[in-house]
Design a protein around this ligand. Sequence first.
Ligand SMILES: Cc1ncc(COP(=O)(O)O)c(C=O)c1O
Length: 395
Amino acid sequence: MNRRIQAIPSSLTLTIAARAAAMREKGEDVVSLSAGEPDYDTPQPVKDAAIKAIREGQTKYTASAGMPSLRRAIAEKLLNDNGLTYDHTSVIVSVGAKQCLYNLIYCLLDEGDDALIPAPYWLSTPEMVKLAGGRPVFVPCPEEDGYPLKVDALRKAWTPKSRILVINSPCNPTGAVYSWDDLVEIGTFALEKDLCVISDEIYEKMVYDNKRHVSILNAVPELRDSCALVGGFSKTWAMTGWRVGYAAGPRAVIDACDRFQSHATSNTATPSQHAALAALAVDDEFTGRMVKEFDRRRRTCMDRIRKIPGLSAAEPHGAFYVMLRTDRLYGKSAGGKKVTDSLSFCERLLDMEKVAAVPGAAFGSDRHVRISYATGMGAIEKAFDRIERFVKGME
Ligand SMILES: Cc1ncc(COP(=O)(O)O)c(C=O)c1O
């Protein structure tokens, strides 16, 4: 195997997921707070559009970059929703936002280049950078203020080899929603240092507390020639399994992604593209209802966390995760075994209380455990009853 794949560790999250799955198979009542996907079903008109497409024989290849009708509809969405003007030839449709990010990172980085990544980060980002031959350089975002990315931290982390900056607001796993002012400073710094910015905005619709999602391209329009925006259908329309995402950016960059994608995967499944086209025509009511419910669950999570001594969390304002601060409990024992880090915390919690969560180490913070509230209120309440018992039982 080549050096690049050997540098990619096996996923920490898999350890927990595999153990949880084995317990479930044995009939144990495992409650999972590890989901990275909405628990809502895909809207019916979206499903119907895919079924219709299949019935009508829309089952062949499309252009690698996606159906022109879908690329046009995405360009229209970017104009109407985000106030950004793109020709459809500057939009590419890929196998989820994940492939868009991988395409972009691969096409923009050269061997030995540095990629600036705010930390905590989405766990695939640094691995994509390594697969592309680059080096992830982390930019710490302080928990105390809700994990904002500050330009001073960016300046400190910058090296002469820094080539790209990958931002993700609203952020998985922290729930941070970057402010207009911070984005102006970040974008201005990127221009000054000639950095290409990749802006992962997949959680754009999941914002709470009257926060507003701002695209860095709205804050600093001059970045247009050096910034690519990534979005998708997985979260907004509960379509994780359909595998559709998009990137918009400078034509040359999108063309490069298309060349790469055309040799790697070709187009996203054709029926899924028809589904995505239908999703863009679904009114906002579906997502609005889901986000309102996520907000209710988010507030329940925060209320429960505040009542458990030894735990805390910075209030998340976006996405559907909470970074639970667990390090004050490290050194204590649970069921006779020491908890020393985020992995052992999650392992003990799963073994003793059958609650699955993701170790923060996977996201660059061993002081935390990530929980997702994209699961039913009943499961959330049950999980917190168990977490409370687990923490209170630690000695
Ligand atoms: C921050 C972030 N970016 C990108 C993705 C990828 O999403 P998709 O399902 O569109 O590939 C995810 C999925 O969890 C995510 O959390």
